[in-house]
Design a protein around this ligand. Structure first.
Ligand SMILES: *Cc1c(COP(=O)(O)O)cnc(C)c1O
Length: 400
């Protein structure tokens, strides 16, 4: 039986916990200086230049390239289209190896182009693609590997680079979580043949909807630029098959504004993350995923692993209680790409090769973070989790 609002109201009374007045979503947007954004909107309306490689898009591309230390940044309408364009520009086909423990867009961007995503398991500690398991998946049809920097923690780009070189494969990264992060002291964005960001509203850095392909490869950048603009090389001159992947000026205005507040976003996220760490400290069966002190991180993701044999309550039960208390915790990545359609039907036994992924998809949840989450919110969330764990047995019997 499912827990409903009434039983949770009981729970709140039972433990004397306040219910949230307002729903706390994971991923409420980080928004920079409102006046500066509105002033930019005024400028772009004044110019009547709304899209098609306008001045704000150009400025944003230059600023991101310089921030990340890469040669080219090509902004696009969203991260999924940026992934599709990058894979096409790299001429990937046949099979491409990706982790299953990712947002489904990583797989869809390939399958949409009839490229087969081959799911690789992840490392239980890093939650990132396990390079030791990549080689066994390479076949004569394999053309590339896409690593995902899950939670903004860089995946093992060095090992993947070595494998890709030795086996003659292309290497790309889905860096959707990892804007302004580093791996081995080097800025994410500069690894592999290309890296792709999402600037969706829920991401650390957003342009409402948006994304970008970044690369140091001139030819690849040129192709990606053509592809996002129908293949137009000049007025009336189409030299390539393309799509419409352009970023609008209003999105770029948001991006420029949010770039100015990046350090502030990181400081708030980092402080929040520390508060969660203190609030959840010592709770049996609850472990908070940390960030390396030596790397630059955006701290956008507050990721908790729930070990139900120790906590006495499962991740799913905990998420259900948090939802009923208006805390929008999310099961990530649930249930894993290989258990979603069409992949589930194509590869019904994929899970057999993905034991760590299978384990993580039942244990991991993300808790609200971002500049919209305050100290008292975190206190109540942690108190609630503590209460549930300490009374796991009684709560479980009420939920049953
Ligand atoms: C958000 C996300 C995407 C998709 O980006 P959109 O901008 O929403 O299209 C792709 N991959 C990962 C890992 C993501 O988190």
């Amino acid at each position: 039986m499912h827990m409903n609002k009434t039983s949770v109201a009981d729970l709140a009374v039972f433990g004397g916990l306040p219910a949230f007045a307002e729903t706390l979503h994971v991923g409420r947007p980080n928004i920079g200086h409102q006046e500066r954004f509105l002033s930019r909107v005024g400028d772009l309306l004044e110019r009547r230049w709304l899209t098609n490689n306008g001045p704000f898009v150009k400025e944003l591309e230059a600023k991101i390239a310089s921030l990340l230390g890469v040669k080219h940044c090509i902004c696009m309408c969203n991260g999924t289209v940026a992934l599709e364009i990058a894979t096409r520009a790299l001429e990937l086909r046949g099979e491409v190896i990706i982790p299953s423990f990712t947002f489904v867009a990583t797989a869809h961007a390939l399958q949409w182009q009839e490229i087969t995503p081959v799911f690789c398991d992840v490392d239980s500690q890093t939650h990132n693609i396990d390079p030791r398991k990549v080689e066994a998946l390479i076949t004569p049809r394999t053309t590339g590997i896409i690593g995902v920097h899950t939670w903004g923690r860089g995946c093992d780009a060095l090992a993947l680079t070595e494998i890709a070189r030795r086996r003659g494969l292309r290497l790309m990264f889905d860096a959707s979580h990892a804007f302004a992060c580093s791996y081995q002291g080097r800025s994410v964005g500069s690894f592999g043949d290309a890296e792709v960001f999402s600037f969706h509203a829920t991401k650390f850095f957003n342009t409402f909807e948006g994304g970008a392909v970044v690369t140091n490869d001139d030819r690849l950048a040129e192709r990606a630029r053509l592809m996002k603009n129908f293949g137009f090389a000049g007025l009336d001159n189409v030299i390539y098959i393309g799509t419409n992947g352009k970023m609008s000026e209003v999105s770029a205005a948001m991006g420029l504004t949010n770039l100015e507040s990046l350090d502030e976003f990181i400081a708030i996220n980092r402080r929040n993350h520390g508060r969660y760490r203190l609030g959840l400290e010592g709770l049996p069966g609850i472990s908070l995923i940390g960030y390396e002190e030596s790397e630059r991180a955006n701290f956008q993701y507050v990721i908790v692993e729930v070990e139900d044999t120790v906590s006495g309550i499962s991740r799913d039960e905990l998420v259900r209680i948090l939802h009923a208390e208006n805390v929008r915790a999310r099961r990530y990545f649930h249930p894993g790409c290989h258990r979603m359609e069409p992949y589930r039907s194509y590869f019904p036994h994929a899970g057999l090769l993905l034991p760590e992924t299978e384990r993580l998809t039942t244990r991991v949840m993300s808790l609200p973070n971002g500049t919209a989450v305050g100290e008292s919110d975190i206190q109540v969330i942690c108190d609630l989790i503590r209460f549930v764990i300490e009374n796991a047995e009684a709560i479980r019997s009420r939920m049953a």
